[in-house]
Ligand binder design. Structure first.
Ligand code: GLY
Length: 337
């Protein structure tokens, strides 16, 4: 099921929506044939590096990231270039060019990126620039800041050579105009138009980077910023432990600092799967949680190359590229009622 079909098929309604030494207890060897690093965990399971995971069904994006890694490229380049594939895909209406606009018809992008050294960069409410993730990387590498927003982010991007362009495609414009017929001008969430591309990668040395990019909630209020540019909420990488990235209703992710929480739970000994499940639990177990009206999903990877994914509702998936296999994996989920 691709992201768009998820959107159509979901039953939810409502308004709204250096490996080596740091890998304690693992024995590793490098296969000459594949040049992958094979990790034998204490429990007998094996994982292989490099690996790439991403939210949703984005095999072209994970393939691009793996191509970079297999060519010996930098893991930060891998996640950036992987996310760029989806940003340029005009058929994806939740990321980059072709993203659905806010209620005033403006496409506004949020993105962030984080490297193995804990450096990070982000852009929020960026307009007219397709590759928000690359601007986020420029913020990280070429400014003394972590986040630029709005017109300042756009002017910075232009100063760095990014070409401004209209991100509102005919398809998205038409859907926005249809939405306007019954537009409800209140800050409610519509899960039917909502998801983010987040990508995490580990190179064959065990170094981790991550990135995420989104056009955010469709028909949001002007000025709204979600979780995706907020380090610790939409994305967190700790090269000693692992990394996590979120998709879904950003407001709920921000309130629980979700990605940082997942990484900290892994630090305390939880597997990536257990950590994702507990982070979803923090949302759905809140008093008076209205989780039936929105989706949140997490994916995570730890330093051993073990992965996990979990969401509130069905139809969230993770794309995983490891050991020559690029596959979509349906996520387990909380709401089975
Ligand atoms: N998770 C993306 C957003 O809420 O904008």
């Amino acid at each position: 099921m691709n992201r768009r079909k998820f959107i159509k098929n979901t039953a939810l309604t409502g308004a709204g929506l250096t490996l080596g030494n740091s890998l304690m207890g693992c024995d590793e060897k490098t296969s000459e044939k594949t040049k992958n690093t094979i990790i034998n965990s204490e429990n007998g399971s094996k994982t292989s590096l490099p690996l790439v995971i991403a939210t949703w069904h984005v095999k072209e994006a994970t393939a691009k990231a793996m191509e970079v890694l297999q060519a010996g490229g930098n893991v930060l380049d891998a996640v950036e270039q992987g996310c760029m594939v989806e940003e340029a895909n005009e058929n994806g209406q939740s990321v980059g060019k072709g993203g659905l606009p806010d209620r005033d018809g403006n496409v506004t992008l949020d993105a962030c990126i984080m490297d193995k050294n804990g450096n990070c960069g982000a852009v929020a409410y960026l307009q007219d620039i397709t590759h928000a993730v690359s601007v986020a990387r420029k913020v990280m590498e070429d400014t003394p800041h972590v986040m630029l927003a709005g017109e300042g982010a756009k002017q910075f991007a232009i100063s760095q050579g990014f070409e401004p362009e209209d991100l509102l495609t005919e398809t998205s414009k038409k859907e926005w105009e249809e939405w306007k017929v019954e537009a409800k001008y209140k800050p409610i969430i519509n899960i039917e138009n909502h998801d983010t591309i987040g990508m995490l990668a580990i190179d064959k040395n065990g170094d981790i980077s991550g990135a995420c990019t989104t056009s955010g909630l469709a028909y949001k209020m002007g000025g709204r910023v979600g979780d995706s540019p907020i380090i610790g909420s939409g994305l967190f990488v700790d090269n000693e432990i692992g990394a996590a990235v979120a998709t879904g209703l950003g407001e709920e992710v921000v309130k629980t600092v979700g990605s940082f929480l997942v990484v900290e739970l892994m630090r305390q000994g939880k597997s990536p799967q257990e950590a994702c499940e507990e982070a979803i639990g923090r949302i759905v177990n809140k008093p008076n949680s209205n989780y039936k009206d929105f989706q949140v999903g997490y994916i995570a990877v730890n330093k051993k190359g073990e992965t996990g994914s979990y969401s509130i509702h069905q139809w969230f998936s993770m794309t995983k590229f490891q050991n020559g296999v690029n596959e979509q994996i349906q996520s387990d989920f909380f709401n089975k009622s």
